[in-house]
Design a protein around this ligand. Structure first.
Ligand SMILES: [Cu+2]
Length: 165
């Protein structure tokens, strides 16, 4: 009888364990968009002409290995990315290719690095580097585990106290 109520008490006091297990399962099994499952090799062709880049927006994930090919259709154009040490220069009708790792998250502008005409300063595109969800998931799970350990430590010291008194 007594052990039964102790057990009930334990279950009642440990509802948070079920909560944490549930949360952990959710975090592990919520599906990620296919493209965000892992760092990937990605290839982009960017066409430069006076005075635009096509595409003007590139979206990747943190850790991706990005290969950019800059193709110029008229005059000499460059492509440099703010915040990254990266530059391409393509001669008219030619292309140049280089690879870098998108290791910083955020939105970065890329711009033409060769003065190509009066609208040159407006020749700007956007590189968006999204978070690595596998990493984010790992960090959240880690925090949850620490939280659970903390709670269970507190709980066990509680139980010890209540059985002593
Ligand atoms: Cu330009």
């Amino acid at each position: 009888m007594k052990s039964d109520s102790v057990l009930k008490n334990l279950v009642k006091k440990n509802w948070w364990i079920s909560l944490i297990v549930l949360l952990a399962l959710l975090i592990i099994f919520i599906p990620l968009p296919q493209s965000q499952n892992d760092a990937a090799d990605r290839h982009f062709q960017v066409e430069a002409s006076m005075f635009q880049f096509i595409p003007g927006r590139i979206q990747v994930n943190q850790g991706d290995r990005i290969t950019l090919e800059l193709i110029s259709t008229d005059v000499v154009h460059g492509l440099s990315i703010d915040g990254y040490d990266f530059e391409l220069i393509a001669d008219p009708g030619q292309s140049q290719t280089a690879t870098f790792i998108a290791n910083k998250t955020g939105v970065f502008r890329f711009r033409c690095s060769i003065a190509c005409g009066n609208m040159h300063p407006f020749m700007i595109g956007k590189l968006q580097v999204g978070p690595n969800w596998v990493l984010v998931r790992g960090i959240i799970l880690g925090v949850l585990a620490v939280f659970a350990a903390f709670l269970s430590f507190r709980q066990s010291s509680h139980i010890q106290k209540s059985t002593v008194s």
